[in-house]
Design a protein around this ligand. Sequence first.
Ligand SMILES: C[S@@+](CC[C@H](N)C(=O)[O-])C[C@H]1O[C@@H](n2cnc3c(N)ncnc32)[C@H](O)[C@@H]1O
Length: 232
Amino acid sequence: MKRVDLIQEIVNKRGFKRYLEIGTYKGESFFPINCKYKVAVDPQFNIPLKRKFKWIVKNANNLFNKYFELTSDVFFEKNGKFASKYRPQVVFVDGLHTFKASLLDVLNSMKYIDTDGIIVMHDCMPPNRAASTYANSFKEAIAMKLEGWTGEWTGDVWKTIVYLKQKYGEKLNVCVLDTDYGLGYIEKNSLIEDFKIDEVIFKKVNQLTYDDLLNDTSLINLVDKNHVNELL
Ligand SMILES: C[S@@+](CC[C@H](N)C(=O)[O-])C[C@H]1O[C@@H](n2cnc3c(N)ncnc32)[C@H](O)[C@@H]1O
């Protein structure tokens, strides 16, 4: 099961109509999703017009897509009104691959998502140490010429899952499906109104290393991909 399969299963099983994607690039995850109203946010889309048309022909839902060529923090800051009116039901977080940026993406999504909405995160289980390295962009990670580099980069996004578990406990249903670089699954169990970063928890989680994760994958509640059948 890949990210598109999981998102599509969520949309189908829950009957969702509104999809928000943070970090779209060429649209490999965005275009195939069958959902009525789709919104994409990325500061640098790589989608030629021809590709957009091709996907409208393949999947007519793409006719109604909205594109925001912005960083996610600017999108949420400047388009709060749009986001609260739109109220996404499923959000896919796949933007900047750092702990801080992915955490802010999840917290902002939690603010605007529909009551029974679900957040999916990509890259929550790094395939190797080099892939888990902190960097501010894929280019920066490549430039580091890391030992064991395989061209894969998840950054330290996994720490967002650890943070969410520690900060919200039973208020959130959080796990990582062990497939496609770790697919984070986040669903509210009860009302949450505190979306500010707790700096003490953040600092503590930020000190964790890749070895800590390998030694204890319960930190991110890593589960078999078939666990999805119990979630949905
Ligand atoms: C891994 S790609 C997304 C891939 C896509 N979701 C897929 O599955 O094919 C990450 C994208 O995040 C975008 N990005 C980087 N910084 C961002 C930010 N601050 N806010 C939103 N998107 C960002 C990049 O421009 C890039 O296109």
